[in-house]
Design a protein. Structure first.
Length: 94
């Protein structure tokens, strides 16, 4: 992760690392994640991740033609979802 970026302390970090630790070739703090890894961590399908990327809600990069996602991009996506949910609950969805 870049300087100044931190994992949240609400348990998401541990859940992501638990999912990732099942794969032997993944470092403890990966630079990028695969679509299946992100799908597993968020408990959604791979096609859902590709759709979220296509909608521009989740940033990704192409590495030699393969889609990869930075952990910081996942955090930004989850933070945006959280803000959206709070605004919807408060009755003023933007």
């Amino acid at each position: 992760m870049g300087s100044g970026e931190q994992w949240p302390s609400d348990g998401r970090q541990q859940r992501m690392l638990d999912c990732l630790s099942k794969e032997p070739s993944v470092a403890a703090t990966p630079i990028v994640l695969t679509v299946p890894q992100v799908a597993s961590a968020l408990e959604v399908s791979r096609s859902t991740i590709y759709r979220i990327i296509a909608e521009g809600m989740l940033e990704s990069v192409q590495v030699r033609g393969m889609t990869r996602i930075r952990p910081a991009a996942i955090e930004r996506y989850l933070d945006a979802l959280e803000r959206s949910n709070r605004e919807t609950v408060a009755g003023f969805h933007v």
